[in-house]
Design a binder for this molecule. Sequence first.
Ligand code: FAQ
Length: 311
Amino acid sequence: SVQELEKIFQDKVDQEIKIEPKDWMPDAYRKTLVRQISQHAHSEIVGMLPEGNWISRAPSLKRKAILLAKVQDEAGHGLYLYSAVETLGTTRNQTIEDLHSGKAKYSSIFNYPTLTWADIGAIGWLVDGAAILNQVMLCRASYGPYARAMVRICKEESFHQRQGFEILLVLSKGTPEQQAMCQDAINRWWWPSLMMFGPKDSESTHSDQSMTWKIKRKSNDELRQQFVDMIVEQAKILNVTLPDPALQWNAERGHYDFGEIDWVEFWNVVKGNGPCNKQRLEARRKAWDEGAWVRDAAAAHAEKRKARQEV
Ligand code: FAQ
């Protein structure tokens, strides 16, 4: 019976045995994975856009080569994750259609504009920094293909974070204008980075169930706190401030206290009304349409090869 299957499934999860594509799993588990992994894949792909904006304007050939490599890594992450979604029985076309129709979400962070070169540093330091904390726990997710994809992704993300930090370190030791540019980028990316971890635990609809299924291992607020504690220390090395007057060490808790996130802004961006939501979706739809001939040609080529082999 379904109850028996569910018990066997949960026992496996509790014993840290990975769930694999052909194993029985509850429909709701499958649905939650498709939701989260596809959102994650879309975030990687849409996340290429704000940085792509600076590839042609990077300040040196070396910076350009590094940024190109980083953005290509993100394409790779998106592809592993779309493949992980396919193992759950949802086609890539369906997943991509859900993004283009506005049905699927992707991380709120990628709906903010990249105004200066320092934004590329701030994205690497803060956005990749937040992404890593979240993804390190996902390396232990109960679903095998997702967990395994995360291991490689985390290695690449740590390179991304270092390159961002290094961009800011150079700016922070530069001219007064460069220092101001560095501080301005941090001021604009700080709060949106905190929002990446999702709503407060008390407002998080999926957390409890995802923790029981060991998809998530730490709650949104736990990870957000870990991020604040880590970044405050790194900010000292950069000699920059974080735009939160409430930020203060709390010896009793052993953590930094911080101010309240603007949740109205968060939900507004999640619902499609952030500064760049429309632009991002339009860019993805355009790329999909303009790439149709490549997909058709690749499929025709594969058909021909197959026919030749069959002879
Ligand atoms: N933006 O119940 P919860 C990257 C939605 S890193 C938009 O707490 P859950 C690397 C949530 O989907 C970024 N929507 O949800 C990179 C749910 O809506 P639904 C991607 C958000 O799933 C760096 C509702 O709110 N990383 O791409 C956001 O338990 C630099 C209720 O929330 C991942 O996706 C948000 N910030 O926890 C690339 C990691 N937060 O689906 C380029 C995997 C929440 O019911 C450059 N995902 N929502 O309609 C996760 O770990 C989880 O899904 C959370 C949310 C933690 C994001």
